[in-house]
Design a protein around this ligand. Structure first.
Ligand code: NAP
Length: 247
């Protein structure tokens, strides 16, 4: 169970403004050699039923689920909640049955034929001005309940501002379901609070196979440090729960 309960407040030292953002927990399964998919970037189907149940529990704790367009293109669907106890738990907490599913895409070029658009979940798109224009030409309300436009410079999103938008829209807790490109961008902006990593018993290898954190990487002296909150073995898998240490 995560320790995080609500929005995170921080002070912008330049403006002295108090900034609110949702708490963020990355949830990923990886091979023993640290890959989240094979070299063909196939959808990762290598984790156990126990891990799928763990993922669903993490999704059920969230107000919103955030993932990159690469992840959506790989899977074509998203994790929705179907376990009756989890649906009941959300109802008792006064939450909607499903958290909002937020796809992040600068280009917004997402195939409207994906099965994701038939799933019974609320869908938002987080994109750039150009991306939003692309969807204005479609019957957008069929696909997305809301299109959020993040201030972006040269296609690079301002994540602090994007997460503030999510807090303004009432999201207190966000589960980040990958992929490594999105996680790297959030980590670089200091916007990740916790990691859940499931280490699965297989080796995928391959220098181009994706890992939990892509991007340009951090030199060792700049690397973010983690505090281990728990480590649990279930069958052949190890469930690791970390909190980011303050800089
Ligand atoms: N094992 C697991 O638990 C797990 C979980 C999730 C994913 N995966 C695997 O991970 C792979 C996908 O990961 P990925 O790193 O390639 O993709 P990703 O992070 O899911 O998505 C990358 C795309 O998302 C958008 N995006 C992400 N960060 C952005 C940013 N900072 N600013 C603007 N747009 C941003 C861009 O979309 P546009 O190109 O549309 O602009 C970008 O091309 C797949 O192979 C999938 O199977 C594994």
């Amino acid at each position: 169970m995560s320790k995080l309960t609500g929005t995170i407040a921080s002070v912008n030292m330049t403006t002295n403004l108090i900034l609110q953002r949702p708490s963020t927990t990355v949830v990923l399964a990886m091979s023993t050699d640290g890959k989240i998919a094979d070299v063909k970037r196939s959808p990762a189907r290598f984790s156990s039923e126990a891990d799928q149940a763990h993922l669903e529990r993490q999704v059920a704790l969230a107000d919103g689920v955030l993932f990159g367009a690469g992840t959506l293109r790989a899977y074509g669907t998203t994790m929705s909640i179907s376990t009756p106890q989890l649906l009941e738990q959300r109802q008792q907490q006064g939450k909607p049955s499903q958290p909002v599913q937020i796809v992040c895409s600068a280009s917004a070029k997402i195939d409207p034929e994906l099965r994701f658009f038939q799933q019974s979940v609320p869908r938002w798109l987080l994109t750039t001005t150009t991306g939003a224009e692309y969807w204005q030409k479609q019957a957008k309300e069929t696909y997305f309940e809301r299109i959020l436009v993040s201030n972006a410079t040269a296609g690079v999103m301002n994540w602090t501002e994007a997460l503030q938008q999510l807090a303004t829209l009432g999201l207190k807790r966000v589960a980040v379901l990958g992929g490594g490109t999105l996680v790297a961008a959030l980590l670089a902006s200091d916007l990740i609070d916790e990691f859940w990593l499931t280490v699965c018993p297989l080796v995928l290898g391959g220098t181009s196979a994706p890992t939990p954190v892509e991007g340009s990487g951090f030199l060792e002296h700049q690397a973010r440090r983690l505090q281990l909150l728990s480590a649990q073995t279930v069958g052949q898998e190890v469930f690791l729960h970390y909190r980011l240490q303050p800089r």
